[in-house]
Design a protein around this ligand. Structure first.
Ligand code: GRF
Length: 221
């Protein structure tokens, strides 16, 4: 493993328990990385407090401000224009820190080309945590859908993946995956808790794997 610590920018929207797993792994050396900034699209995200406690710089990037810039557009156009500009500015904010890798850890916002293209040009990969296996239950309600499919007898397990981010939501190349069997009689809350506990391990593993791949690709460039 390279001695160089990878510089990570972590994008969050909520409680930040996966961010915490990354912070702890950086601190105990199981992840050869340093988190240089945490960006949230929600002002009240508890993950921002976790970052501040760990002395990590934070930023709150507010989509509502962008919607106000297009008062005359229809609702759908307003959203489209706002997202496009929001993501362009997000790319500028993120790239200003010169990160090696961007990790979406519970980032509940679909990334637009105006973010992904400048990141690609700067050769900064973007990875995401998703609580389902590749090709299953894309989108924001993956655990609800898996639990329902289990109740209907259609599946006996779900899973988690860390994958590269591309324009198609939750469809990028998987980096690591883990199957999670669903137990007969368990509640959805119990399943969710087990999924989260597994996520905290997988996000560290997937991030380290993406870092190793990045160093290799830089060596051969
Ligand atoms: C995770 O469970 C992730 O699977 C989902 O959002 C949740 C974020 O949790 N997409 P946290 O903010 O890391 O606690």
């Amino acid at each position: 493993m390279s001695e160089t610590k990878a510089k990570l920018t972590v994008l969050i929207s909520g409680s930040g328990s996966n961010l915490q797993a990354l912070i702890d792994a950086c601190a105990n050396g199981s992840l050869n990385a340093e988190i240089i900034r945490v960006v949230s699209n929600k002002k009240a995200a508890f993950g921002l407090e976790r970052a501040q406690k760990a002395h990590i710089p934070t930023a709150y990037h507010n989509l509502l401000e962008y919607k106000k810039r297009f008062p005359d557009a229809s609702e759908s156009k307003k959203f489209e224009h706002a997202r496009s500009e929001y993501d362009r500015d997000l790319a500028t904010l993120v790239l200003a820190d010169k990160p090696d890798l961007v990790v979406c850890a519970g980032w509940m916002h679909i990334l637009a080309p105006t973010f992904l293209e400048p990141l690609k040009e700067a050769a900064v990969p973007v990875i995401n945590l998703h609580p389902a296996l590749p090709g299953q239950f894309n989108g924001a309600h993956a655990i609800d859908e898996a639990y329902r499919a289990f109740q209907e007898g259609k599946i006996d397990h779900t899973g988690i993946m860390i994958h590269y981010v591309i324009l198609e939501v939750d469809m990028g190349e998987p980096i690591v995956t883990r199957e999670i069997p669903i137990r007969k009689g368990e509640s959805q809350d119990e399943l969710e808790q087990r999924i989260h506990e597994n996520e905290w391990q997988l996000i560290v593993q997937g991030t380290q794997k993406a870092i190793n791949t990045l160093w290799k690709s830089r060596q051969s460039a």
